[in-house]
Design a protein. Structure first.
Length: 310
């Protein structure tokens, strides 16, 4: 039954390839290695939901570093310096915004982790790779993912295909860059691997199909090492690469055009909130035009919780 459910086209469109675990994941116990801080400075990360990818990245960095990071969910972005989530707050009330700045601060709390490289040149390499990913990969990645997830229908297939092609060109360059490297910088996992690997995980799960991955052996081997890291698996589970590329939602298509013209909007925090995905699955199967409004304030809901519909 679950296999039939997970293979439903609308479920796959919203949730990707759901991968069942081979072995049960173990819980984090009080007093364990990663529950006990090696650095007793109190730091809290404020974010919207437990499945926000930025929050998962912060926890991966904290886990590898052995830093005690408290996650505070349901945070209000108005309390952030830049009006965005996540943000970090130290024991004295000082705040840091921007995901990469927070990751670096956590890594610096445990220099022995090696996440920031072993010397100044490696630190510069990490900065370079992160900036490259942000500038040359993420914009096109969004133009591919949003139509696949149904967050924003693609205007036409040409725009979607061009963005997909550009992402694959970046992947080819990364495959060539890796050569005989196991990790992007130095001889161990670094912030570059965590950030770039996190971004590439969306592509591997949605449109980097088996044929493309076969032609990118070094990239595929690197991503396998990244995804098998114990802290990555603890936070992200078993990342399952797609066999076939998922198709986008196109403007004017059956599910992008309402069969019922009543205007309905669902207000929720983030595009990857499972409740919101469920609403979109129902709307997709029903052919109802449901507009998703992200970054919603739960104070506007009748019960003070998200999602709500208007």
């Amino acid at each position: 039954w679950f296999e039939r459910f997970s293979q439903n086209p609308q479920v796959k469109k919203r949730c990707g390839n759901i991968k069942a675990c081979q072995k049960a994941l173990k819980p984090l116990l009080a007093g364990s290695k990663f529950a006990t801080a090696s650095n007793k400075e109190e730091v809290k990360a404020f974010i919207d939901t437990p499945i926000n990818s930025s929050g998962l990245g912060l926890q991966i960095v904290a886990g590898i570093s052995g830093v005690d990071l408290e996650m505070v969910y349901g945070a209000d972005k108005k309390n952030s310096m830049n009006g965005r989530l996540p943000y970090l707050e130290t024991a004295d009330g000082s705040k840091i915004s921007e995901n990469m700045a927070i990751m670096k601060h956590i890594a610096r709390m445990s220099p022995g982790s090696g996440l920031l490289g072993s010397n100044t040149f490696e630190q510069a390499q990490i900065d370079s790779l992160v900036a490259w990913c942000q500038g040359c990969f993420l914009p096109d990645l969004h133009d591919v993912l949003f139509p696949i997830y149904g967050i924003r229908p693609a205007a036409d297939m040409k725009k979607f295909n061009d963005a997909s092609k550009n992402c694959k060109e970046v992947a080819k360059k990364l495959d060539a860059f890796l050569k005989d490297k196991e990790w992007l910088v130095g001889n161990k996992i670094s912030l570059a691997d965590i950030y770039v690997g996190g971004c590439f995980s969306f592509a591997f799960q949605t449109f980097f199909d088996s044929g493309f991955r076969k032609a990118m052996p070094r990239l595929s081997a690197w991503f396998e090492r990244f995804s098998q890291n114990p802290q990555v698996k603890k936070r992200c589970g078993n990342i399952k690469a797609c066999q076939k590329a998922l198709k986008p939602l196109l403007a004017g298509s059956k599910f992008a055009t309402a069969s019922n013209k009543e205007e309905v909007k669902a207000f929720i925090d983030t595009p990857i909130n499972s409740s919101g995905l469920g609403l979109q699955i129902v709307a997709g199967i029903s052919g109802v035009d449901l507009e998703m409004v992200y970054g919603a304030d739960k104070k506007n809901s009748m019960n003070g919780r998200l999602p709500y519909l208007e």
